[in-house]
Design a protein around this ligand. Sequence first.
Ligand code: ZN
Length: 279
Amino acid sequence: MKLLRHGAVGQERPGAIDADGRARDLSLLVPDFTPEWMAADKLQALAAIDLSRMPLVPDGTRFGVPVAGIRQFVAIGLNYRQHAAEAGLEIPREPIVFNKALTSIAGPDDDVELPENSVAGDWEVELGFVMGRTAKKVAVADALSHVAGYCLSNDVSERDWQIKRNGQWGKGKSFDGFGPTGPWLVTSDELPNPQDIPLELAVNGEIRQRSSTADMIFPVAEIVSYLSQFMTLLPGDLVITGTPQGVGLGMKPTPQFLRRGDVMTLSAGVLGTQRQRVV
Ligand code: ZN
């Protein structure tokens, strides 16, 4: 299924995409897609719903983040071989982990507001995943069974705050709206292999990033297992898995950063598309 939440900020209702690609409202049957709805038995119950009988969501309705009440937002850094190369950094021996503030999470098409005086805003198209059940010290072989589904995220970054303000990276990645996520969550039964997803990001129509999750250094199964060795992952937790080459910071001969008025467009195959205006 493709699960989504639609409506104004703070008033989102659950929904899903039907066989014809139209959004249907599920609020008559489900209060909201809270973390407990990410459990396998709940997802199976959702899959049994005849979407064609559910009300259509009007065209143009805003989409929010597909899961409500996310409790942890974890990110992986430098997880693509060619991105590590453009950053001039060695391939990490273990995953680089940082946190983004929960308040940075936004809908897939919400405006991205740069902080005052910011001149180093940057883009990062990423594969995200949402946990379906608690993961504590899980093995790589068992890891993907803990994942409820996958989504598209933009790990918007302010490089001066990230790099020049004395650590940690989260400083540059936690501003309100710096985590657009959605438009929907593709449940993992429909995406058994998350390592073959195309990723693309353009700024003002010019392609900046074009890659595939096949280039990831640490695939999703290894990330889940690794994180679960030192922290307990909870249902509904959102993890984003690193960005491929082509960020503004890596552009030669000089880095190029976001300006107010720019438009970022992202796509990731079955995970859908995003569009954000920079304000
Ligand atoms: Zn990132």
